[in-house]
Design a binder for this molecule. Sequence first.
Ligand SMILES: Nc1ncnc2c1ncn2[C@@H]1O[C@H](COP(=O)(O)OP(=O)(O)OP(=O)(O)O)[C@@H](O)[C@H]1O
Ligand SMILES: [Mg+2]
Length: 258
Amino acid sequence: MFVDFQNVFLAYGGAAGYAVEDITLQARPGEFIAIVGPSGCGKSTFMKLATGLKAPTQGSVAIGGTPVTGPLKFVGMAFQAPTLLPWRTTLDNVLLPLEIVEPHRSRFRRNRDEYVEQALRLLKQVGLDGYADQYPWQLSGGMQQRASICRALIHEPKMLLLDEPFGALDAFTREELWCVLRDLWTEHRFNVILVTHDLREAAFLADTIYVMSKRPGRIVVRKENPMPQSRELDVTYSEPFTELVHELREHIGRVRHG
Ligand SMILES: Nc1ncnc2c1ncn2[C@@H]1O[C@H](COP(=O)(O)OP(=O)(O)OP(=O)(O)O)[C@@H](O)[C@H]1O
Ligand SMILES: [Mg+2]
C-alpha cells in the first residue's frame, strides 16, 4: 500500500479534543482517492498528516512503505487559491520547487535548460503554451490554477495533494481542468488525494471516495467508483454517475445532520 493510515488520531491541543479520530485508510500505488465531508471535518488536517506537516497524536501514517516522521519531499501540492508569486513569471513559478527541493536544488544551475524544457512541456500539456513569460497577474484564475498544478508536478512527485483546487473556478473551466488532471494522472500515475466539496468532481476523477463525518472527523463511508477509468465528460450525464453522486449526497446529508 502506498498510503497507509492506521488508527490515526490528531488533537491540535487546547480543549477542542480530536480534529480527526481513528482514521484507517489505505491507497494502492497510483490510486486516485477523493475525500469529501462537511466544512471543518478535518480534510485539510488529513492532508497535513499525509505530508508529515503534522504528526499523529495516536496511530501511524506511512507513505510509500516508510513511516512519516517529517515533511515529505516527494509530494506536490495545490490549493484552492493559486499561490503563485507575482514577481515571477509563470515559468519561474513552475520551476520554484526545483530551486528548493533536493536533489534538484544542487543541480538547478547546471541543469536549468533541461528543467526549463520539462516545465514548458508541462505548461503545454495543461494548455498554457505561450504563457511561460507572462506574470501570474496577466493570467485568468483558471490559467493560474493550471500553472499551480504544473508547479505541483514539476519535481515528478509520487503523490499529488489537491485541497479544493478548482473551487474558485467557473463550471466550464472546472470541468476542463478535470480532464487536464485526468490526462496528467493517466500519463504519470502518481497517487492523488483530492479534497473537494464537489461530489461530481469526486465521482468523475477518483477511484475511491471517502466521506468524513463532522468534527471529530472519521471516515464513515468508503465508496469504490463503479465506472471504469479514464472517463470522458459524457459520463457525467449517465445513470451510474448520477446514482453515485446521489448516494454520496445522501451520506453527506446524514453526516451533516446526524
Ligand atoms: N492549526 C490549527 N490549530 C488548531 N485547530 C485547528 C488547526 N487547524 C485546524 N484546526 C481545527 O481542526 C478542525 C478541522 O480543520 P480542517 O482545516 O482540517 O477542516 P476542513 O475539513 O479542511 O474544513 P474546510 O472544508 O472548511 O476546509 C477544525 O475544527 C479546525 O478549527
Ligand atoms: Mg480545508
